[in-house]
Write a protein that binds this ligand. Structure first.
Ligand code: GDP
Ligand code: IMO
Ligand code: MG
Length: 425
């Protein structure tokens, strides 16, 4: 059984928390796209872990984690993350963490360019995480990127890195900014390369050997469907494919070996960064849910915008990813609400949309068509069986399932492992 887990909205759906549950029944956990723009928070007893580049499966001692070829790896950030996890008592060694040799690297020039481009865009900025993601994928597509395997040969690595720093500096100078000093970059990257060398291996062979031994693979998507570079609200997207298709190209596991796709969706909607968000709450409710739901980005600390559950978005995500299981998270955040809304369509004048219009001007004009549901106004945090949920919560969840077009298999009512309801379908 190989499973892809994807975000069904704009990221931060609680993917890390659900991965932590599903890892129990898997052998390998694979990140297949994105980079250190991701922030996946997992609560285990009193401890809180935030994963950026490393699959959340690392928190389970006996599992093997792969940073797949589709990920862009910031070597310095990765070393920092490994050290941080070790300080928290988590075992991270070349035995349980592998970095694909053909994963591309994020370089200091990428981070600088990410920041400069955002600055130059002013009010039109994307609101990126400034982790160098866009420029790193840009170099990959332009065939001028460096890969993890380049770190295995210091002489060649130095030459290639110098060429990239020279190229990036030419662009940086055009912004009127002080260029990077190669000596500084080299000393930082050489020491990261030395540290990471034993982790760098052939990820394709690793996963195919695992499949030959009937091992179970879990793919951990980062970001969310509406941030996909093709299917998202372009240009307010990330530069990779967080969608299910991305798992295959980002790991080397073929589509014929995928058995199920789990879509993680918050019981409401959030978005961090710029871009259209049709069901965004009014400012008062927005800041209330932001506070109750602790909706602050785990990578940048920015406040997340909050809004009603949008089934136009999740239905679109169901289609694109082939979601056949839904995990609904953060139901407890809505416990106090007297009334809830689910967006079932958009309207632009007389025209009705049942899917997300890809023209941003159209999407910006769209007004949500809502169905209203009664709240349950009682705590759900202690509930562990679907049938024990308040009737109105069950009605609300069934509506999410019906409008999205897939059954709900998991409902989470708190950040901890045990605050989970497994739904039998
Ligand atoms: P990811 O990027 O999709 O992994 O999600 P994040 O970790 O960025 O954001 C989800 C946040 O919600 C984290 O802080 C989780 O600890 C928290 N969380 C996850 N599930 C629940 C839940 O059911 N209830 C509550 N209250 N918090 C949750
Ligand atoms: P996880 O995996 C939410 C958003 C940024 C910005 C856009 C582009 O934790 O769900 P980028 O730095 O990727 O070029 O930024 O994408 N973004 C995320 N939003 N969760 C994430 O990851 C995100 N990663 C990027 O805020 O709007
Ligand atoms: Mg996150």
């Amino acid at each position: 059984m190989n499973t892809i887990l994807v975000g069904g909205q704009w990221g931060d759906e609680g993917k890390g928390r659900i991965i932590d549950l599903l890892t129990e029944r898997s052998d390998f956990v694979v990140r297949y796209q994105g980079g250190s723009n991701a922030g996946h928070e997992v609560h285990i007893e009193k401890n809180v872990y935030v994963l950026h580049l490393i699959p959340s499966g690392i928190l389970h001692r006996s599992k093997v984690c792969l940073i797949g070829n589709g990920v862009v790896v910031d070597p310095v950030a990765l070393v920092k993350e490994i050290r941080g996890l070790r300080r928290q008592g988590i075992r991270v060694t070349p035995k349980n963490l592998v970095v694909s040799e053909i994963a591309h690297l994020v370089l200091p020039g990428h981070k600088l360019l990410d920041e400069l481009r955002e600055h130059r865009k002013g009010k039109d900025r994307i609101g990126t995480t400034k982790r160098g993601i866009g420029p790193a994928y840009g170099d990959k597509a332009a065939r001028t990127g460096l890969r993890a395997l380049d770190m295995l040969q210091p002489v060649r690595f130095r030459e290639k890195l110098r060429a990239k720093v020279t190229e990036h500096n030419a662009i940086v100078r055009s912004f009127g900014i002080k260029p990077l000093r190669f000596d500084n970059v080299w000393s930082e990257y050489l020491s990261a390369a030395r540290f990471l060398r034993p982790f760098i291996r052939d990820g394709v062979a690793l996963l195919h050997d695992a499949m030959a031994q009937k091992k179970k693979i879990l793919f951990e998507g980062a970001q969310g469907t509406l941030l996909d570079i093709d299917f998202g609200t372009y240009p307010y997207v990330t530069s990779s494919h967080p969608t299910a298709g991305g798992a295959c190209v980002g790991s080397g596991v073929p589509p014929t070996r995928i058995d199920r796709v789990v879509g993680v969706m918050k019981a409401y909607t959030t978005r961090v960064g710029e871009g259209p968000f049709p069901t965004q709450y009014d400012p008062k409710l927005g800041s209330e849910i932001q506070k109750i739901g602790d909706e602050f980005g785990r990578t940048t600390g920015r406040g997340r915008r909050c809004g009603w559950f949008d089934s136009v978005v999740t239905r679109y995500a169901q289609r694109i990813n082939g979601i056949n299981h839904i995990a609904v998270t953060k139901l407890d955040v809505l416990d106090h609400m007297s009334e809830l809304k689910i967006c079932v369509a958009y309207k632009d004048g007389a025209r009705r949309y049942n899917t997300v219009p890809m023209d941003l001007d159209t999407l910006r004009r769209c007004k949500p068509v809502y169905q209203t549901y009664k709240g349950w106004q009682t705590s759900t945090k202690h509930i562990r069986r679907f049938r024990d949920l308040p009737k109105n919560a069950r009605i609300y969840l069934n509506a999410i399932s019906r409008h999205t077009g897939a059954p709900i298999s998991i409902v989470s009512v708190g950040p901890r492992r045990d605050e989970t309801i497994f739904v039998k379908n």
